[in-house]
Write a protein that binds this ligand. Structure first.
Ligand code: ZN
Ligand code: ZN
Length: 294
């Protein structure tokens, strides 16, 4: 465990993203930092990996910028790089498939992990809504959470319309590291929802402090680990169901017929038995991906 994976973001007005991009890339190359950094006029969103020493240097480098002096890093142990390359891109928005402008000066209140536990434990009347995509919430969610059928974050405004009946209730939103929720919860506030919270630091912050409590299943992550499984209690370790046999699992494959490529949840046994394909038709298809064992 000599490596660290660092996740952080911040919405700020970034005046010169291009200049930052060049300087930052130079720094990362010199210090063997790999990962994905997105910058735009609205801020920064990054996941990077490196050795313990290099990540330490990286954090001081980021904090050199006055805009980032108070940034919050989510740090995980890892035994190797979590990425193969370094991508630093200047983008329109710092979240993929976002839904445009929201007034971020009126974001929702932040809810600490202990406060969420308290909501559950005292039987408070509240709803909790997953602001992530469908394939993420299928394998993991907070207890009793509403998990909207979202293909991309662009669908959030229509989800907000569906939540209309909860306008006067306490509503908590959450996402992986908190970045999507800043916008998602701000939109709820903008649409007149009365008592809106966002999970402070997202699922990450919660599961690091409280595994085996109110988080059920796994967390989909956007680096080579793909899936993180925080719980040890058997009944809440995996909540996704194998496409073939229905057994609990958290692991996805893409159907190996490249013309199908369907994303399926499958257990280890079934994926082998089914040649990594979703159907007989795909098993016989000509354009099949090679199976790499290992
Ligand atoms: Zn199975
Ligand atoms: Zn298929």
């Amino acid at each position: 465990m000599d490596y660290r994976v660092l996740l952080f973001y911040k919405y700020i007005n970034f005046s010169e993203p291009q200049k930052f991009q060049q300087d930052h890339l130079r720094f990362c190359e010199k210090n063997d930092i790999l990962g994905r950094v997105w910058i735009s006029a609205e801020g920064i969103n990054a996941t990077v990996s490196g050795t313990i020493d290099n990540i330490k240097k990286y954090k001081s480098e980021i904090k050199k910028y006055p805009e980032f002096a108070d940034i919050w890093f989510k740090e995980d142990k890892h035994d190797e790089h979590a990425f193969k390359k370094m991508h630093i891109r200047v983008k329109q928005e710092i979240v993929t498939a976002s839904f445009g402008e929201v007034d971020l000066s009126k974001t929702a209140k932040r809810l600490k992990p202990e406060e969420l536990n308290n909501f559950y434990e005292t039987g408070k009347d509240f709803i909790i809504v997953d602001a992530r995509n469908d394939y993420e919430s299928v394998i993991g969610k907070f207890k009793n959470a509403i998990t909207p059928k979202m293909d991309t974050f662009r669908d959030w405004p229509s989800i907000v319309e569906e939540l209309e009946e909860f306008k006067n209730k306490t509503v908590v939103t959450y996402c992986t590291g908190g970045i999507r929720c800043e916008k998602a919860s701000a939109l709820l506030v903008e649409k007149g929802f009365k008592d809106v919270y966002q999970m402070d630091g997202g699922i990450w912050n919660y599961i690091t402090q409280h595994p085996d409590k109110f988080w059920e299943g796994s967390v989909f992550v956007f680096d080579e680990r793909r899936i993180v499984t925080p719980n040890t209690k058997e009944e809440i370790k995996h909540i996704g169901k194998c496409y073939y046999c229905g057994e609990p699992t958290s692991y996805y494959i893409n159907c190996h017929n490249q013309d199908c490529d369907l994303m399926l949840l499958t257990c280890d046994k079934c994926k082998v038995e089914n040649d990594y394909c979703c159907s007989d038709e795909c098993r016989q298809a000509p354009n099949r991906r090679k199976i790499y064992h290992g």
